[in-house]
Design a protein around this ligand. Structure first.
Ligand SMILES: NC(=O)c1ccc[n+]([C@@H]2O[C@H](COP(=O)([O-])OP(=O)(O)OC[C@H]3O[C@@H](n4cnc5c(N)ncnc54)[C@H](OP(=O)(O)O)[C@@H]3O)[C@@H](O)[C@H]2O)c1
Length: 280
């Protein structure tokens, strides 16, 4: 972990901490918050990319931007991050839990290391960050928490069992936390993007992200981030950016289970180990 100290913080506007801030939706969330004048604490794993993001935001918006390089997919990450922020002498007014990873395929084929990292990153670390920073917000009786889930939280889909179930957890956690902290004046908002053109799918190989974005099948990360920030600042419970994504979430919820099972049996993009074994 490497905290980098930066210029003065404007305490009136408050400090925003964003996990997964060096690319994609997190980078755009950080930019949106900098544009609004908030000092930033940017957290992710790649030191150089994170330092570049912090420098660019500082230059463009004149805000303080601290960079903390940390692997958030470890059980102790939330406690370490909370301590690193305290060491910088900062109070977090806006907590954005955004960092995430994705993989596709049957759960029985998953790499146990990657599955463990996904669960730490999507379940353990964001929950504990909400506990540690939410406790302080509750004491101060103000604050905002934005939790990035996904429209995959609206249905349990084969092929993304780890990812979808973890995003469903985040959605449920956000709802309960909103109710708990709301009485103290602390707002919790859940952002649930649909397919967005970012590097999330890079590790899964052949997703034609740029073509999908041009065809309107994937949203632009900036639009997604802006929708999330607007929802958070207007204290909304949940936001699915994009009308098509909203319809997709509704359709996913209404689709009978037998249709999901049929897709699983027929879909060419999902593996069938039994057939592979038969033909071997
Ligand atoms: N793209 C979509 O279609 C989509 C749809 C719904 C929801 N989402 C959610 O949106 C969030 C942001 O994803 P994105 O689409 O913007 O993808 P992205 O560009 O790949 O961004 C993911 C971010 O998470 C960080 N991260 C990953 N593993 C980490 C680790 N172990 N420790 C610290 N940071 C880590 C990455 O930082 P490093 O590069 O430094 O590792 C990166 O900044 C995720 O929670 C994702 O599930 C995305």
């Amino acid at each position: 972990m490497r905290p980098v100290s930066e210029p003065q913080v404007d305490r009136a506007l408050g400090v925003a901490l964003i996990t997964g801030a060096c690319s994609g939706i997190g980078r755009e969330l950080a930019e949106g918050l900098a544009r609004r004048g908030h000092a930033l604490v940017l957290v992710s794993e790649r030191a150089a990319a994170l330092a570049d993001a912090a420098a660019a935001l500082r230059r463009a918006y004149g805000v303080a931007a601290h960079a903390i390089t940390l692997d958030l997919a470890r059980p102790e990450a939330a406690v370490e991050l909370h301590a690193a922020v305290a060491e910088l002498g900062l109070e977090v007014d806006i907590l954005v839990n955004n960092a995430g990873i994705f993989f596709f395929g049957e759960a029985a084929d998953a790499s146990t290391a990657r599955a463990n990292a996904l669960l730490q990153l999507h379940v353990v670390t964001p929950s504990l960050l909400c506990t540690l920073f939410g406790r302080e917000m509750r004491r101060r009786r103000r604050g905002q928490i934005l939790i990035v889930s996904s429209i995959s939280a609206w249905r349990d889909f084969p092929g993304i069992s780890y990812y979808g179930a973890s995003k469903r957890y985040l959605r449920g956690f956000a709802r309960a936390l909103r109710s708990e902290l709301g009485v103290y004046g602390v707002n919790v908002t859940c952002l649930a993007p649909g397919a967005t053109a970012t590097s999330l799918y890079e590790a899964s190989g052949s997703v034609p992200v740029e073509r999908a974005r041009r065809l309107g099948l994937m949203m632009d990360a900036r639009r997604v981030a802006e929708a999330g920030l607007k929802a958070m600042f207007s204290r909304k419970a949940e936001r699915i950016p994009g009308a098509l994504n909203w319809l997709a979430a509704l359709a996913a919820q209404l689709t009978p289970q037998w249709v999901v099972d049929l897709i699983r049996r027929r879909a060419p993009w999902l593996p069938r180990r039994d057939r592979e074994e038969d033909s071997a």
